[in-house]
Design a protein around this ligand. Sequence first.
Ligand code: NAD
Length: 260
Amino acid sequence: MLQGRAALVTGSTSGIGLAIAETLAAEGARIMMNGFGDADEIEDIRAALVRRHGVEVRYSGADLTEADQIDGLVDDTVSAFGSLDILVNCAGIQIIAPIDEFPLDGWDAIIAIHLSATFHTTRLALPHMKERRWGRIVNMGSAHGLVASPCKAPYVAAKHGVVGFTKATALEAGPWEITCNAICPGFVKTPMYDLQAEGLAAREGRDVEEFVREQVDTRHALPHIISVEEVAATTVFLCSDGGRSISGTTISVDAGWTAI
Ligand code: NAD
């Protein structure tokens, strides 16, 4: 379905981004992976994607808090593949603390990785998409891009920003047949979610499984945690021909969280 398309997926060494890279590769897209992690493990993941799907897969360890490294990331993608057709902004971090105790560098990092990096990758990718009059930009929002929770203020602010930026991008890029949307997941089983659940459960001296059950029951209408494959499937749909006229919107994959 996406044979020959060139895709840059930030934050694709883990969790949702990795599942998106896998699913796009399965559809024939060439992939530029990005994110942190153990070099040998990342190489194993990269080689496995090539083996399983027979597409070209490259990796860049660009740090998205550094604008010049984002420049390099987009340059490397275009030099490797000759184009940049699909951009998925998926990198992320989470820090949980009340506003008046929030570490200042934590605010800066969350805004940089979720919001500023999305601006930088988009501004650098757009000229290449415009040239080919085709493009798909998928930004990883969150239920927290639509509603808030206590002790996650920078994350909530960044994700609301991502939703606004998505709309603005869709309006500007539309004339070139470029779509831009934000996927807003609820609780998705990933290393980021596990780390957060373990930390919060420990802080309250509670069993992790019981804590997760309660979180899911409180927020999700459907009684399950979401899988990375579900978010990846939504991303691929947005990149497919079926997604041609979907732009400037949010798609909730949140098990009913924001239906309240
Ligand atoms: P994860 O921790 O499994 O993956 C995060 C990825 O971002 C990793 O590849 C990591 O190396 C990369 N990353 C972090 N800082 C980076 C930096 N400075 N430069 C480059 N890469 C960096 O997390 P995840 O749960 O898969 O989250 C992926 C996205 O989905 C995030 O934007 C997150 O906010 C969003 N999201 C997650 C959930 C959830 O419940 N897991 C829910 C809603 C939204």
